[in-house]
Design a protein around this ligand. Structure first.
Ligand code: ADP
Ligand code: MG
Length: 698
């Protein structure tokens, strides 16, 4: 193979050792290949002439064609200015120079056709163009077409490596790119997806002749990038499925059937039934399950988890369910106990605050098999927690657990237990495919019947009295209220102040003995928190003032109102999570977003989205557009992707195409034995060996 791609950039004509160091430092460009993959971020269109009459107030450069008929010098000294009247058949524009007057004046030719290029501005109610780029139509140097604009830096620019300088360097490599950048997709895939060849794409992305060249090149390069990403994920998924056998749960078990027939207080939703079937199929497959369960808040994931665990226990395996906070773990315990009351099943709770004696008892029960389901926090991950035979681990709200933490659960049995990850933060399809492409995904896309849409309003501080009035009426109807304050690390002190001020204002407006107010925040001891939480859950207090510790999972069906203070400081998915704390009973529920008056455009959009939509997946899409995948998925996670040209915000359609192509390929030619897939095999082998083995974890 020709190693032009790997040739150090310093060997390129006009670069040399010093500029090479700078290129590496400023843009990370070390080789010819790196430079070629430093794609233009936009283009200047010099393919068509604009008529002066049709000039518009935009920031874009325009290309004009016409003649100069007058030249004029005005002002003195520093204020000296050279101007020329330039006209085409539709009108006139003034060309202006503030520097280089004499030299330019001598070179200007009257009554000859010029192509001029620059930004047109309106000055004193007339069109003018400062410092235009001018080329005689008769000249050899005429450069019309699309011109790439590359990102550069100040340091590079000062050494002549501004956009134009980079363009020249790229132009030196382009004639040689044939064998050095061979085709990496099969003809079949190129044809099927109407992609141009790699070589063509690399040329056209840098030197397009027309607008469609840019599009074709971008689609091809994005497709390739996303295709290999999807192929990698699918292969890893296959590898881990074949490498790790899964426990087989042959029986549905009497526990499950008794529960289903005699304990379940309502009908399962269609979506719940479908997901349980999907999980059951995994249990029977002999392969290891790695499944992500997505479902909006309140969609009934906990029940699905419980029923899956009942199958495991019915097959003589233990189960564990892990939650991110003690409050949640507690609540899971309560829920599970309530649902399974009367069934021959033992469930215990293990958290950081479990007392020593209890802990010892739990360890013993786990080892002798008398304890069937363990609920807990990350305390479950400790090495001292050993099971007799664990078969299923449910992880709730996985966003808070790192991959490494999850992997610890794998080692709790001689063969890894099945893993069910539940998340209430809907992930846009594009991202789910990209970030969890190696997991199976189930979606609960239906809420239990009878739920009313939560009505959401956006209010300002000046509406505070009305809001309090609203709260009072809800309490008089016997309902309960959440009031949530942001608590964000950087300004923790100030936030804490706000929380306490808010608490005081609420206790003043809603005084004892008629009203009782709870408060829960991160600086309280966990038993205090628990105590307050329980008072609210039992309905002894009507208002819960809290920080986002209550964000996930807490279930109080009688709570019908969620007030979010300083709502502009929360992200969309967090707002949606918080709102999901209400609307869990049959009553009409409300969410009020309190913000300051002046809001950024983005904050306004967030408030509007919340007011207009109750659908977590819709909200997640807007969130993706606003924040980008980095913020949504965690920068570290999205940094791992290292996408050069694709933008997951905009390229959802290409992700889907690429996923489908990768899937088809794996189905048609699982071992890459077909000749036409040889190139693909070669490329993917390099990718797979260059990264750590994720198949072992996740
Ligand atoms: P999630 O964990 O998905 O946010 P939960 O599992 O906490 O949701 O369920 C929310 C509430 O809905 C709980 O009170 C639960 O008992 C109830 N629920 C779950 N499934 C159904 C169903 N099929 N019909 C009626 N209520 C249900
Ligand atoms: Mg839940």
């Amino acid at each position: 193979m020709n190693d032009l791609a790997a040739t150090p950039i310093e060997y390129l004509k006009g670069v040399g050792p010093q500029k090479a160091i700078l290129l590496k430092k400023e843009l990370g460009i070390q080789t010819y290949g790196d430079l070629l993959f430093h794609f233009p971020y936009r283009y200047v269109d010099r393919t068509s002439f604009t008529k002066i009459k049709e000039l518009q107030y935009t920031d874009n450069h325009v290309l004009l064609r016409g003649k100069i008929d007058q030249i004029r010098e005005t002002g003195k000294g520093r204020y000296k200015k050279l101007s020329a009247r330039f006209g085409d058949e539709s009108g006139y524009i003034e060309l202006v120079w503030f520097q280089g007057g004499k030299w330019i004046k001598d070179s200007l030719k009257v009554n000859e056709i010029y192509h001029i290029f620059g930004k047109a501005k309106v000055y004193a109610q007339k069109w003018s163009m400062p410092h235009p780029e001018m080329t005689l139509a008769s000249s050899q140097n005429i450069r019309n077409g699309f011109f790439p604009i590359y990102s550069s830096t100040e340091k590079l620019s000062s050494k002549g490596l501004h956009s134009k300088g980079l363009e020249k360097l790229v132009a030196l490599i382009i004639p040689q790119i044939g064998p050095a950048f061979p085709e990496t997709l099969s003809n079949h895939i190129c044809e099927e997806n109407r992609l141009i060849s790699k070589k063509e794409a690399l040329i056209k992305i840098h030197q397009p002749a027309k607008h469609t060249d840019i599009q074709d090149a971008r689609i091809r390069l994005k497709f390739e990038e996303l295709f290999y990403l999807q192929l990698e994920l699918l292969i890893r998924k296959k590898l881990s499925a074949s490498r790790y056998k899964g426990f087989v749960f042959n029986e549905i078990g009497t526990l499950f059937t008794t529960f289903y027939d005699e304990h379940l207080p309502f009908e399962l939703t269609g979506a719940q039934k479908r997901v349980i079937k999907e999980i059951r199929k995994d249990f029977l497959s002999g392969m290891h399950m790695n499944r992500l369960l997505q479902g909006d808040v309140g969609s009934g994931k906990t029940l699905v988890a419980l029923m899956s665990m009942l199958i495991a226990v019915g097959n003589n395996y233990q189960s564990a369910i892990m939650a991110p906070t003690e409050i949640l773990a507690n609540q899971h315990l309560e829920t599970l106990k309530e649902f399974t009351a009367g069934l021959p099943i033992k469930i215990e709770l293990l958290t950081g605050s479990t007392k020593k004696a209890k802990r010892t008892e739990i360890h013993k029960g786990l080892l002798d098999g008398s304890l069937h389901i363990l609920v807990g926090t990350h305390a479950l991950l400790e090495d001292t927690v050993q099971f007799q035979n664990i078969g299923l681990v449910v992880i709730d709200e996985q966003h808070r657990f790192g991959v490494a933490q999850r992997s610890k659960m794998w080692r709790k049995n001689k063969q890894p237990p099945h893993i069910l990850i539940m998340t209430a933060t809907p992930i846009p399809r594009t991202l789910a495919m990209t970030f969890y492409g190696d997991l199976e995904v189930s979606v609960i896309d239906e809420l239990p019947p009878g739920r009313k849409e939560i009505k959401t309003y956006h209010r300002y501080e000046k509406n505070r009295l009305q809001v309090f009035e609203f709260i009072r009426r809800e309490i008089e109807k016997g309902r309960q209220i959440y009031m949530v304050f942001p608590l964000i690390q950087e300004s923790e002190k100030l936030d804490f102040h706000n929380l306490m001020d808010g608490y005081e204002a609420v206790t003043r407006a809603f005084p004892l003995p008629q009203f009782k107010v709870s408060i829960v925040h991160g600086q309280m001891k966990s038993d205090e928190k628990e105590f307050e939480m329980q008072r609210f859950i039992k309905g002894e207090t009507q208002i819960m003032v809290a920080t986002t510790v209550i964000e996930v999972g807490v279930n109080v069906p009688n709570a019908t109102m969620m007030i979010i203070e300083s709502a502009e400081r929360f992200g969309l998915s967090q707002l949606h999570q918080l709102r999901g704390r209400v609307g869990r009973g049959g009553e009409q529920s409300f969410c009020i977003l309190m913000t300051k008056i002046e809001l950024s455009k983005e904050s306004k959009k967030r408030m509007q989205t919340m007011v207009n939509s109750n659908d977590g997946f819709d909200i997640a899409e807007v969130d993706l557009q606003l924040r980008g995948p980095g913020d949504l998925m965690g920068t570290q996670q999205s940094g791992e992707l290292d996408l050069k040209i694709s933008d997951l915000r905009k390229d959802g359609a290409i992700v889907t195409m690429a996923r489908e192509a990768a899937r088809q390929l794996i189905n048609d030619d699982p071992n890459f034995t077909k000749n036409e897939n040889a190139r693909i095999l070669k490329t993917i082998e390099v990718i797979l060996t260059s990264k750590p083995d994720w198949g072992k974890i996740a």
